[in-house]
Design a binder for this molecule. Sequence first.
Ligand SMILES: Nc1nc2c(ncn2[C@@H]2O[C@H](COP(=O)(O)OP(=O)(O)OP(=O)(O)O)[C@@H](O)[C@H]2O)c(=O)[nH]1
Length: 399
Amino acid sequence: MTATVIVGMLCVHLLCFGAMFWLISRRLQGDGLGMDMFALGNAMLGLAYVLQLLGGAPGWSAQSVLNHTLTLCTPLVYAVGGLRFFGRPAPLLRPLLTLALVYTAAQGLAHWLLGPVARYAMLALGMALMFAAMVWALVRVMRGVGRDLRVEMALFALLIAGLGVLNAIKFVRLLQDGLPALDMTLRFQSVFYIYMSFLATVLAPAMIWLVLRRLTDALRAAAEHDPLTQLLNRRGLLAGLEAHFRSRSAGPARLLLLDIDHFKRINDGHGHKAGDLVLQRAAEALRLALRRGDLCSRTGGEEFVVVCFDASDEGAALLAERLRAVIERHQVELPGAKTALRCTVTIGVSQPFHDAGGFDPAMQEADAALYRGKAAGRNRIEWSLGRGGATEAGTLQPA
Ligand SMILES: Nc1nc2c(ncn2[C@@H]2O[C@H](COP(=O)(O)OP(=O)(O)OP(=O)(O)O)[C@@H](O)[C@H]2O)c(=O)[nH]1
């Protein structure tokens, strides 16, 4: 009786959370982070348990065959959902139909050749193997695409491993005791379904938590990046600066303000789209030319801000010259145009600063230096006053 009530509650639980997953997947764009698959998996498992409740005593019947096929196919659907959650495209229909047909045929064969117990034992063994494969996949995910969700993946692996062990025990009990092992009044059956119910209670909110984490991470990334170049925006730059200065051993930072020369002419001569392309290519070139750990951002229009950490005067001068030269050498191929576009930048360099509060004054210093660089002819590096003089294109003059 207890096990039957638990199975009933389990059905309600699976179907309600299935409906919630489906609603969530409808609100999400793209493949809905795999939530539609989790909805389908829950619906299939819920239906399988409804069939079990309606089916009565264990034995051969169309309901029971469908129940077993649905149950065995569910881990596959969840696995496809998991892959889609991590952005891996995974087909569903063909593998699912193949598995369903093959397993239905296998049930007929097992029943016909080995008797009714074989069909139930086959399901228990099949489920144990499926769950073992899921645990193995989750461990791989923890080391790869799901590194940021290591704790959650470990919890999932542990819970699913428990289900695998219970199915393996069920398999052994079926071989030993035959169909009486499935008697719902047995203690093992109660434990089995209480564990299933516990899983359905824990895993469903955990799934919603994973989706929430993914969405909030994506929101934060969008709020801190420039959509055109994918570089940091001002907010992202400030967050990076604060993170750097939180470390006790943080060294001083220096700010380089880069402005593309005569950018308006590019827009006017080749169109706004060409201007956008130039900005994107310049961003790529800057990103590749920077040291790991330095920050690069587009703070507006054709202006980029680079923050380098722990740079001596000499190091900052070398970096500024490298960035200037990289842009000067860079060629941007425009679709349909015979000749590639080239551009140059003028760079204003600030004095070193030692905390995030130094950002605004550094910006003003670099801006004033940049202004002088523009007035002096462009394509050059200008230091904040008190540091050094202007650097003509291609020459170095550290402070
Ligand atoms: N394509 C494109 N153009 C932009 C974007 N943001 C700003 N601009 C344009 O960038 C141009 C900036 O022009 P100005 O401020 O006169 O500067 P400039 O022509 O580069 O001249 P100097 O800086 O003095 O060398 C303007 O025409 C803006 O419309 C953008 O996201 N995409």
